[in-house]
Structure formats: structure tokens, C-alpha cells
Design a protein. Sequence first.
Length: 158
Amino acid sequence: MKIGVLSDTHLSEPSSEFKKMIEFHFRDVEKILHAGDFVDWSIAEYLSGLKELVAVSGNMDPFKIRKTYPQKQVVELGGFRIGLIHGGGAPFGIESRIRGEFDDVDAIIYGHTHTPANHQSKGLFFFNPGSPTRSFWHGTTLGILTIGEKIEGEIIKI
């Protein structure tokens, strides 16, 4: 199972560049997970028109998105329980803070920092796809999860 993962799109509308990027990189994914900060409803609408969209809201999302998507949720994919959350506060220590938000999960996908993460820590897989539109230091990125006998992540630099 191949899953497209986004966070922190921070767009007021789906630009032609954004559409080309998503349609190219997510052409063969089964679902799209978005870890919050769409910033505009049109982004959620566009993504859900392509594939099944599973999402949470972020701190920069307007009321309509916050009303539609929870702040956190657990998704079951390929026999794994995956926590999906935006996160908040300072980037330093974010994984320790979000770890406490979920019980009995195999992985946590998060956003907020715009910094990609793809690693195991104390038996838990953490994945942050970064941001496809706003980067601080690492360039623009998005992610792909491959779920088989284990969960594997790939950060794609755009």
C-alpha cells in the first residue's frame, strides 16, 4: 500500500504548480494523508477530488477546516495504527509532546515544523513530510509511505 503524505501546504488556492507536483508524485498512491495547515478549504477540496483524503486540522486552518477535520485521529492502514496530528508549539521537543497524544500506535505522522522527519524512536515510527510550499532550511518536500510488513517512509525533495 502506497500513501501520499502532506502537511503545511499554506496555500490560498491550488496553484497549477501545486497541482502538477501532486498529480506527478501521488499518481499511484491509494490515499492522501494531510497533517494540517491547509490554510484554505480549496486545498482540501482539490486533494479529496484526487484520492481518498484523511486529514487533521492545523493551527493555521480556518473554522471550516477545523469543523470538518479533527485535531488528531488514529488511522488503521495495512494492519498498522497510525496517529495523525499537526502538532504545535516550538519545534524542539515536538515528538516528545505528540507521543503523549496517542495510545497504542505504531507510527505518528505530524507537521507544524516544516522540517522532514523519517525515523524510529523508542519503537515508534515518526514521519513528517515537511512542507511542499514553505521551507525554512530543508527545501520543499512531501512524503510517501509504503506499508507492507513494516511502514517505510520516503521524503521527496521538490
